[in-house]
Design a protein around this ligand. Sequence first.
Ligand code: NAP
Length: 544
Amino acid sequence: MPAAPSTRICVPIIAADPPIADQAAAALAAGADLIELRVDRIGDLAAVEDFLATKPAIPIILTIRTRDEGGDWDGDDADRIALIEHLGLQNPGYIDLELATWRRSPNLRQKVLLVAQRHRAESSATTADGMNSDRPRNQLILSEHNLRGTPTDLASRFAALAAESPSIAKIVTTARDAADGLRLLIELARHPDRDRFIALAMGEAGIATRVLARKFGAFLTFATLAPDAQSAPGQPSIAELHERYRWNSIDTDTAVYGIAGFPVSHSRSPDWHNRAMAHAGVNGVYVPLPVAPTYDDFAAFMSLVDAHAELGIRGLSITIPHKEHAFRWLADRAKGAAITISPLATRCRAVNTLARCADGGWFADNTDATGFLAALDAATAPATPDGPDRFGSALILGAGGVARAVIAALRDRGIAITIANRTAQRAAALAAEFSLTAVPWAQRETVRADLLVNCTSVGMSPNDDETPIPAASLRKFAAVADTVYAPAIPRRLASIECLANETRVLAEARTAGIATRITGDALFEAQAAAQFRIWHNIDIATLG
Ligand code: NAP
């Protein structure tokens, strides 16, 4: 059995309204192990004093953070330390102080140590006047916050904190992209006493550090009660930790999966894969991994993933703008290691799925392509025993990443393809690469084909009343597919009523009487299920 990590969830409290006691009770009920009283943000000292005087059962981190480390305190050290001494008398549990402050004077250190080491024996002695004898002694958290980035010398920064022998050492940086978060986790994983470290990266790109804190056995992670109650950028809500990331099932053996792209905040993949893993009983967690847009950024990220098996990353979804970058990175790396790229991904020259092999190599595929065929088969097979092979021809609108995948997939079926793209050179280049016919964008309405596939982003929210082709030209197609997602609930556009997951072009195809219609949602589901099969060898459809 893997070790069950004792990583705590700490809810920061940054305001006195609602009452602090109510927020603490809500945090406890939601599964928090600790709260942090951000006295610098709360402002209302009387409310803090009143709350601490009630000797709350939940352990508390007492923090009065300075402005230069991300807090609101702009007074001097003497006042701040006096306040820590005063509030610390109530035995909150933990006193957080910045390493920079700690180093400023021996006198200051002595004062903080006296509060920080206020022992339970003292409080036990006063049990008669209401002190809670169960409270542990105060412990010192020494912290460092970098609001600008993630330093390269993390090892020496961890060492500098540990050298002061605090009970807990906390390092918080700002993640430019997911690579910064991975570097923090690699450093955390190196420490045998990592249950005495907090290592988190702020910002959207730091989410992996907040979720994987438990896999690596850190002392705590922060999570908010409400999405707007963050004490630092990027903190998830406690509900998100539990429901989206299945916090309680993360252990040291949990395999890590994620989506690398830029941006990834609106991706459906984390929800889909986390739900599917829960359903299939897979010990895994799937996290967003925003990787900055250039090839060099992607290569730097992949070098970390590749070199640090201890991160436990077993699979990656790759999305815009890194699908071609992934293909190139594999080609570069292939000189020295075991790489298998599926024939379809090779024809696409783009990869959207990476699976780590047991020998440290990689298997790469393009499930946009296989998923498109699966969605097409699912939509057509029940109606026609011959399946989609009955389509002899297809018109593809667009010449971007998805168009490339769809073209490669349809070519494997021997379907004659015509493409039209707003930018003629892109259409011409793709047509030359795949030996296809390209027509000018203005002539797309005149093309006769069995299947129409919209691979442009036209119709995507917020421009969801747009369509890539006039409704009058739809009637001649036997089937229409759209790669663009639409909301899962029916809605009224200015021009037409849409059913669930229907874009405008699909709604117009329905009213034109076209029975076979494939939504972007169906395509997403099919490509995600194909990734799931690659990573877990499980056909999710068979689980019901
Ligand atoms: P991409 O590489 O950026 O390509 C975008 C394509 O849309 C290009 O061909 C572009 O033409 C065309 N386009 C954009 N705006 C246009 C306009 N106003 N009029 C005409 N053409 C326009 O993007 P992609 O990766 O191929 O993605 C395309 C769409 O597929 C997106 O909406 C994406 O969300 C969706 N998608 C869905 C799934 C799924 O699982 N359902 C998977 C991947 C992608 P130019 O060359 O002229 O710029």
